[in-house]
Design a protein around this ligand. Structure first.
Ligand code: 8YV
Length: 312
């Protein structure tokens, strides 16, 4: 396999690169200042690419006529045109399961950070303001009504964790899950009207693009909390800024943004907002496990074996 050319468009995680180097001929696109020319020169030898969930891979895939497999270093594949890959008989894999705990842990962390104002409290102590008086009272998480959009692997893991906080769980997804006892709402607006904390945990599709609009924010209301661990494009960010500034929405904790790494500046001064830089899967343990899935899929493909996590 050492002669198989595998392309990576941008750096991800050193362990992944090291392990790919050991097994394949890894081409690092960022090493070449004239990347378009480099792609043209190597188009006929590149058989695999390793992409990041948040990098649009469309152009790259079209530029590689001999591409056999796209391995996505992440679970969300909104960056890849799966139908086009099917048409071209290109295999596609992602990294499900190994990051479920991490993403769900972060959702709970964001809820607690937002409701108990943990980031704001930290700033309060560091700035010496505690000496002038106690921090104001915050909001309890245990026992609240948690609404989840997308009851897939990650949504379920969030639900199980929230249950341990004695929360009641309700959800919205394309279809009702017959095996789930949680209350199902066929519409997002109904879900938002009936929960205190709304967690976006679905994948980004045409249907879920902009799923959190003004109507939903207003339904969640001035005491409601919005948590986004899905994709930035699930939320209408302009509307989010106005809902927060006008006090129509209680608060928001966001790990993902419409145009990463750009975050609306208007959010920076708000204490009812918690912002994290897309760290849903970003721990050493989970990123290592994700890398092993990527490598396992590539090895399986080039050895003619069954892929570990095939999507196409
Ligand atoms: C990362 C993610 O952004 O899995 C996903 O869908 O969004 C994250 O795990 C990423 O792809 C890791 O580089």
């Amino acid at each position: 396999m050492e002669s198989v050319s595998v392309l990576m468009p941008r750096p991800t995680f050193p362990y992944l690169e090291q392990e790919l180097d050991k097994r394949f001929k890894l081409l690092r696109l960022w090493d070449y200042p004239h990347s378009t020319q480099f792609l043209k020169d190597n188009a006929n030898s590149i058989r695999a690419i390793v992409v990041n969930s948040v990098d649009p891979a469309k152009k790259l895939i079209e530029a590689l006529p001999k591409l056999e497999i796209v391995t996505n270093y992440g679970v969300g594949v909104d960056n890849i045109d799966l139908n086009r890959c099917k048409e071209r008989r290109i295999r596609v894999t992602n990294t499900p399961d190994v990051l479920t705990d991490e993403a769900a842990d972060l959702a709970i962390g964001l809820i607690l950070a937002l409701l108990r104002r943990l980031c704001e409290c930290d700033r309060y102590v560091r700035s010496g303001r505690w000496k002038l008086g106690a921090y104001k009272l915050t909001t309890k998480f245990s026992g609240k009504r948690v609404g989840i959009i997308g009851l897939g692997r990650i949504g379920m893991a969030v639900a199980r964790r929230a249950e341990a906080f004695n929360c009641s769980i309700c959800y919205h997804s394309r279809t009702k899950k017959p095996e789930s006892q949680y209350k199902y709402y066929p519409s997002v607006v109904e879900l938002a009207s009936n929960c205190d904390i709304l967690v976006v945990a679905c994948s980004l599709t045409k249907e879920t693009h902009g799923i959190i609009d003004r109507k939903i924010m207003d339904a969640l209301g001035p005491k409601g909390a919005l948590i986004n661990i899905g994709r930035g494009k699930h939320v209408d960010e302009k509307e989010l800024v106005s809902a927060l500034l006008e006090g129509r929405l209680g608060g928001a904790a966001m790990d993902v943004f419409e145009n990463e790494p750009h975050v609306p500046q208007e959010l920076f001064g708000l204490e009812n907002v918690v912002l994290s830089p897309h760290i849903g899967s970003a721990t050493v343990e989970t990123r290592t496990a994700m890398a092993d899935v990527v490598i396992g899929n590539l090895e399986a493909h080039f050895r003619g074996k069954t892929l570990l996590t095939p999507l196409v």
